[in-house]
Design a protein around this ligand. Structure first.
Ligand SMILES: C[S@@+](CC[C@H](N)C(=O)[O-])C[C@H]1O[C@@H](n2cnc3c(N)ncnc32)[C@H](O)[C@@H]1O
Length: 283
């Protein structure tokens, strides 16, 4: 089943949280000269036109990234930890109106250096073509139309022993919740010092709790969980919140998110919105 298209959701509140964290992780990785691998198991199209029919149909970005940037200028009260992300979006748009939004490969492209390599997996026949076009002329990028869960495991450990893995499935199938966690548990056995970022939607709270339990019963150490919910949990269908598990986060990420999340709540959230930053498993 490949009906999910990220173009409908690009730049929404969930992307804002995911991509601001990805930006902070990559920003941290390039502080050292030594090269690293960036592996994206579910890459999407690479970059999105917010003016196209998909983004305009849902208008989700208007309640997300559009609230953090106006005419190419970041809001004056922007926390320092959000600045790299918002600056990147503004630069991509030529500091003009908000027309394009980067997917995770688009964020990565802004950070990767000559000594780093990027590995992108995507299954959708249309999005893989967009992704290949986006990666044209990008050196040391490897794009594959194959299963990202297997792809991640096949690349670990990276020769440099430095790596960031993003796992960002569409969750069209319930099995994605456990498959994503199990992939990290297996990957961690091969490469325990890597940084793993796993995105999830809050649609059914019990599915998130099962992910937490699976992690806490595993050998994985140093796990941070960050969550931002617009609404209370509900039994009705729909995404009320979003979160990420981050294994081996940069040491200051929890503190940075404690600065970012009150701001996101004030700009993107309503009265019912909540956030948490929790060290779920100690180092
Ligand atoms: C949530 S989107 C990815 C968004 C992207 N990571 C970003 O942040 O911009 C999920 C993508 O995974 C793709 N996909 C679904 N199952 C996959 C699999 N087993 N392996 C690789 N890609 C898959 C879908 O076609 C979709 O484009």
């Amino acid at each position: 089943m490949l009906s999910y298209r990220h173009a409908f959701h690009a730049g929404n509140f969930a992307d804002v949280l995911k991509h601001s964290i990805l930006t902070l992780v990559l920003d941290y990785m390039i502080r050292k000269e030594k090269g690293f691998h960036y592996i994206d198991s579910h890459s999407g199209a690479g970059i999105y036109q917010l003016t196209d029919e998909y983004a305009q149909k849902t208008g989700e970005y208007k309640d997300g990234i559009a609230k953090l940037t106006q005419q190419g200028v970041a809001n004056a009260d922007l926390p320092e930890a959000l600045a790299p992300y918002v600056t990147l979006i503004n630069q991509l748009n030529g500091n003009g109106t908000l027309d394009v939004y980067p997917g995770s490969p688009g964020i990565a492209k802004a950070f990767m250096r000559r000594q780093d390599s990027t590995h992108l997996f995507e299954l959708h026949p249309t999005d893989i073509k967009h992704l290949e076009d986006f990666c044209y002329r990008w050196k040391k990028v490897f794009v594959k139309q194959s299963d990202g869960y297997q792809g991640v495991l096949g690349l670990l450990p990276p020769p440099s022993r430095r790596g960031v893995v993003l796992i960002d499935p569409p969750y069209e199938l319930k099995e994605d919740y456990q498959k994503a966690v199990n992939t990290i548990i297996k990957a961690y056995k091969k490469f325990a010092t890597g940084t793993y970022i796993l995105w999830y939607p809050v649609v059914q709270r019990d599915l998130v709790e099962e992910m937490q339990t699976n992690f806490t019963n595993s050998n994985v150490k140093n796990l941070l969980q960050v969550e931002f919910c617009l609404d209370n949990d509900t039994d009705e269908y729909g995404m009320t919140g979003t979160g990420l598990f981050i294994v081996n986060p940069p040491w200051q990420l929890a503190q940075q998110m404690n600065e970012v999340l009150p701001y996101l709540k004030s700009k993107l959230g309503g009265n019912n919105s909540t956030f948490t930053v929790e060290q779920l498993i100690k180092e």
